[in-house]
Design a protein around this ligand. Sequence first.
Ligand code: DQA
Length: 154
Amino acid sequence: MAKYRILVMNGPNLGHLGKRQPEIYGAQGMEAVPGLLDQVMGRDAGDVELEFFQSNSEGSLIDRLEQARAEGVHGVAFNAGAYTHTSLAIADCLAWIGIPCVEVHLSNVWARKSQPLRQQSLMGERCIGVIAGFGILSYALAVQALYMRLETEG
Ligand code: DQA
């Protein structure tokens, strides 16, 4: 049995990765994540059980985070999409559920200078860190970071 359950979450407009603006978000879909995790983590990947969830709705994302708390999920890798920049409700949820969360982005949001709102994150303060700019690999790197944190801090 895997040691850690990690929830990989996507917010709005992230349900069609590979098809949505591939020049910005890449040509790979979420199905590539487990293989990338194997490449990044090697044998340690066996210690991690991934669960995937995507919703376009803010309330459903919050419901899933609350459920994760009730289920004893160990970590969350969360690309909240545009809600990253706007949702105080998601930030409030992350503030109390007590699950370490890594903020994830496919694109390097800081390089998108013509859209300064993308450089603002309401949830970042409630996360243990941010991984951005590596396409689908960002999710695998976030899971690895969570794993290493869990291994050292429990
Ligand atoms: C994104 C960046 C956000 O600004 C945008 O709204 C997204 C995707 C990313 O993964 O690069 O939907 O989170």
